[in-house]
Design a protein around this ligand. Structure first.
Ligand SMILES: [Ca+2]
Ligand SMILES: [Ca+2]
Length: 184
């Protein structure tokens, strides 16, 4: 193999690796017929929610991802997010929230689709309303472990997972300005 053939092979290999690392389309989960993807734009939880709901795929409106079983958690964390490798921009937002800053850490949680909140995957010590008195009202994956969850104040810039189910229902929610006011 001459020098130019080696250069061509190297370029082809890098191109193929890039194609594998950056799937262009949302990933289908046959268990529920929904598609999922990580959006590698770092935004606050509220911005992520609005961006997710502005997207559509396969004729279905998107929303921040809701996780209601171990099977869905495993699929989203390992197949969509990429597991502990994570995305370059970190631990993504999910579609869980509390609608009052006065809620105890583990009560009054909702999904943006209003699906029942009857399965959880909190990390050890979570949810904790860390750094009181700042309430942590929004959900994200941890950077480590097996797809464990954390409650977060929502103002940091993170990537987010979109699920396309067409089932956006969310009702009452603490606004971004209300969350910022907790820090004043
Ligand atoms: Ca879901
Ligand atoms: Ca927390």
């Amino acid at each position: 193999m001459n020098r130019w053939q080696r250069v061509a092979l190297f370029t082809l290999t890098i191109g193929l690796l890039g194609a594998v690392a950056s799937p262009a389309e949302p990933i289908y989960w046959p268990m529920n017929g929904h598609h999922y993807e990580v959006i590698e734009t770092a935004v606050s939880w509220h911005e992520a929610e609005a961006l997710a709901e502005a997207r559509t795929w396969d004729g279905k409106q998107g929303h921040l991802c809701t996780i209601t079983s171990q099977e869905e958690n495993d699929f989203v964390f390992w197949e969509v997010v990429g597991g502990n490798q994570q995305t370059p921009l970190g631990d993504p937002w999910l579609g869980g929230y509390q609608n009052s800053p006065n809620s105890p850490p583990d009560e009054n949680w909702h999904w943006v689709t209003d699906e029942p909140w009857d399965w959880t995957n909190w990390d050890d010590g979570e949810p904790n309303d860390y750094d009181e008195p700042y309430a942590e009202l929004f959900l994200n994956f941890q950077l480590w472990g097996d797809g464990f969850w954390n409650d977060h104040h929502g103002l940091n810039y993170k990537t987010f997972v979109v699920e396309y189910s067409g089932d956006v229902v969310r009702t009452e929610m603490v606004t971004l300005s209300d969350v910022k006011a907790l820090f004043d």
